[in-house]
Design a protein around this ligand. Sequence first.
Ligand code: ATP
Ligand code: MG
Ligand code: MG
Ligand code: MG
Length: 564
Amino acid sequence: MAQVQRMSRLMIKTLRDDPADAETLNHKLLVRAGYVRRTAAGIWSWLPLGKKVLENITHVVREEMDAIGAQEVLLPALLPKESYDATGRYDEYGDLLFRLKDRKGADYLLGPTHEEIFTQIVKDQCSSYKDLPVILYQIQTKYRDEARPRAGVLRGREFQMKDSYSFDTTDEGLAESYALHRAAYIKIFERLGLDHRIVSAVSGAMGGSASEEFLAPAPAGEDTFVDCPACDYAANTEAVSFVATETVDGSAHGPVEDLDTPDTPTIETLAAHLGVPASATLKNLLVKVDGEIVAVGVPGDREVDLGKLGEHLAPAVVELVTAEDFEGRDDLVRGYVGPQGLAKVRYIADPRVAPGTAWITGANKINTHAKNVVAGRDFEVDDYLDVVVVEEGDPCPKCGTGLQLDRAIEIGHIFQLGRKFADAFQLDVLGQQGKPVRVTMGSYGIGVSRAVAALAEQTADDKGLCWPREIAPADVHVVAAGKALQTELALDVSEQLNAAGVRVLVDDRAGVSPGVKFTDAELIGVPTILVAGRRSAEGVVELKDRRTGEREELTVAEAVARLT
Ligand code: ATP
Ligand code: MG
Ligand code: MG
Ligand code: MG
């Protein structure tokens, strides 16, 4: 049976002041309430209460993944370079990757995500169509040398991710695996009590056709998404606008009004609006991201093939702008458009992305996974790609209502990868007809440690953390507000509740004033607070709801009955 957690024995030191380096609510509160401790930039230690919350989230994720038939595995974080060379990602990841050598000088990396290794495992383990479909997942530590590890556990350089990978023989199978994940994610985030929106994202050079992000609206979020107040349209701004102004023959197509399409704009709609054939080659590609012109790109002397870009076109707000909008903005981003309409851009002014590492596809998804390109060899630094931003009030592409712009935290991401990774490793299985069939894959992530931060951001109030019950480190926080009598009663109630399966944290610390205990209880954020105070002699306690502040006096028997 679980034990009552006694604060007199718990390793916890709460702080009255915010840590000096903390900018966001979750960072301040998780540190002050003693859930986590910073070990180095972007590297966090989970203390007893924090570990419980992390475990609670893990538990929900595991249950819902198991429920869709996914099989849990555990892969190493320390990985051989060769696997990532096979897909080119060892180089493409650039500075994001932690690289190291063993004693013999062989190259390794700390895994930022595991598509390569899972592909190799399935190649080993599965040989026939009868072995598929298969969904594998792990809840494991990931490493990314983020340019700006900030906001506490929201963006770690070491963090916990649930990553899963689906393997199917047909496109329909992949769509099915993707749908299973989508439904499981909705259940997971609902159970976690995370308010979230599902937005279209562009998979870009990940190589897939469908990709959606799960965003938890919160001011501390690092993503900006557009949201229609009137219909269900929502999209990450990274996936939003897609613009062309000029054809290669120099005929101007600006200034032109915004393209207000009733539906997902297709390349045909865009071309029709521009008055060019869908196969036209355009000179300028202009994209808005995050309320600002963040990137500048397609070079005047290179060309974008509309047809190819169409492959990457996401549900989008299409806005047309003039080349003048970008005059003088060549300090922003430099880049080029490469094979398959992929554009390489260097984000010089966008602090979210380290110079030289950002990628942009035809549909402008910033992406660090694209192939194959070396600065200097494949592009000149004076090539420009123009990028603009969606603004508040821009028309919704579905219904025309003015869009809202909101900040959010990316808590999950689902991708249809297609055959990109299977191609890299020649992952085939024997098909029904006795011939080899190339496998098609999906990859799906949830930021498990990030979810702790997202929940803190969404639920905290001015007194402290305020967890949903399923995620809280305990169901009830019992406070002994007084001397021996109160402590005795508090411990007695705690044991009764514990025996009934209620998770109890009891503040039985001697020599700590009731005032400090109340402040700590509010900071720690367990949903119900039970106080053994001045009426303890009569066997009366006070129940307080952490969120609403509502209080009620009850006998011990009534309180126990209420909470069990
Ligand atoms: P972001 O845009 O925030 O950098 P990402 O798109 O790079 O995230 P994915 O590669 O899609 O992340 O990884 C899957 C999930 O892992 C993300 O949706 C997010 O919840 C989580 N995650 C990614 N990077 C971090 C990080 N540095 N710290 C904590 N969680 C992270
Ligand atoms: Mg990232
Ligand atoms: Mg992202
Ligand atoms: Mg992502």
